[in-house]
Design a protein around this ligand. Structure first.
Ligand code: ADP
Ligand code: ADP
Length: 229
C-alpha cells in the first residue's frame, strides 16, 4: 500500500518579467510504501522542495496526479491535506508562545476536537514535555526543530514530511532528532524526508530516491542503492 503515489507529476514555474519558464519537476512516478522512512536525496535545486510543496498544497502541479493516503490532491484536497503533516525548513516560531499554546492553536486550525487533543503525548514523543509551558524564545535550536515536528503531528497525520530537517544542525542535535523521528515511525507514522546529506539518508531511510534536475534517477532500498554506487 502506498502512502504517497505520484503518476506523471510535473511542475513548470512560469517565468515572470520575460524570464524563461523553469521545468522544476519532470513527469515523475513514485510510490512511497506505508510504514517506511523514505528519503528524497539530491543537491540544491534538484526539485525536492517543489515536490514537497505540491504535496503540502503550497504549490500547484502543472500536470499529472498525486495521491496522499489514497486521496487525490486535486479532487480531495481537504482529505489529502489532513493525511499529511509537513515540517518546513524554516524555524518560524513565535517566540512568545509556549509549546502547549502553539500546539493548541494548530489543533484549532485543523479542527481537532478538544477531547481528542494529545498535546502532552506529542510533546513527550519529541522530548519536550518538560518545556510545555516555557516561552519558545527560551528553547534551543534543536528544541525548536522538535517543536516544529510536534506541530506537524497535532492532527495525527499518517504521513509526516520533513524538508531538510537537519540543515545547519550539528551532529549531536541531528542524532537526537533522528531518534525522535524513528520513534514516530515505530508508532506507525510514514516518514518522508528530504536531504542533501547521503549520511543522513543512509542512517535514517529504508528506501531512497535520488533526484537530480527534476528527475528521479534512482529509487531502491537503501542497501541496494548504496551497494550499486
Ligand atoms: P531550497 O533549495 O533550499 O529549497 P531555493 O533557494 O531553491 O531554496 O528557494 C528558496 C525560495 O525561493 C523558495 O520558496 C522557492 O520557491 C523560491 N525560488 C527559488 N528559485 C526561484 C526562482 N528562480 N524564481 C523565483 N523563486 C524562486
Ligand atoms: P530543491 O528543494 O531540491 O533545492 P527546488 O524544488 O527548490 O529544489 O527548486 C527546483 C528548481 O526550481 C530550481 O532550479 C529552483 O531555482 C526552481 N524554482 C523553485 N521555486 C521556484 C519559483 N517559485 N519560481 C521559479 N523557479 C523556481
Amino acid at each position: 500500500e502506498s502512502a504517497i503515489r505520484l503518476r506523471g507529476l510535473t511542475k513548470t514555474y512560469r517565468g515572470r518579467n520575460k524570464q524563461p519558464d523553469k521545468l522544476a519537476l519532470r513527469p515523475t512516478d513514485l510510490d512511497i510504501p506505508a510504514g517506511s522512512i523514505f528519503g528524497l536525496l539530491g543537491p540544491n535545486g534538484a526539485g525536492k522542495s517543489t515536490l514537497i510543496n505540491i504535496l503540502a498544497g503550497l504549490v500547484t502541479k502543472t500536470a499529472g496526479d498525486a495521491w496522499i493516503w489514497g486521496y487525490d490532491i486535486a479532487r480531495s484536497p481537504r482529505q489529502a491535506r489532513a493525511a499529511i503533516g509537513v515540517v518546513p525548513q524554516e524555524l518560524n516560531i513565535d517566540p512568545f508562545f509556549t509549546p502547549r499554546e502553539l500546539l493548541d492553536l494548530q489543533a484549532g486550525l485543523y479542527g481537532v476536537p478538544k477531547r481528542e487533543r494529545i498535546t502532552t503525548e506529542i510533546l513527550e514523543a519529541v522530548g519536550l514535555a518538560d518545556k510545555a509551558d516555557s516561552y519558545a524564545r527560551t528553547l534551543s535550536g534543536g528544541m525548536r526543530r522538535r517543536l516544529m515536528v510536534a506541530k506537524a503531528m497535532v492532527h495525527s497525520p499518517p504521513v509526516l514530511v520533513l524538508d531538510e530537517p537537519t540543515a545547519g544542525v550539528d551532529i549531536e542535535l541531528r542524532r537526537s532528532l533522528w531518534a525522535h523521528v524513528r520513534a514516530l515511525n515505530r508508532a506507525g507514522t510514514t516518514i518522508v524526508l528530504t536531504t542533501h546529506y547521503l549520511e543522513e539518508a543512509e542512517e535514517m531511510c529504508d528506501r531512497i530516491a535520488i533526484i537530480d534536475q527534476g528527475r528521479i534517477v534512482a529509487c531502491d532500498s537503501t542497501a541496494n542503492l548504496l551497494s550499486s554506487v
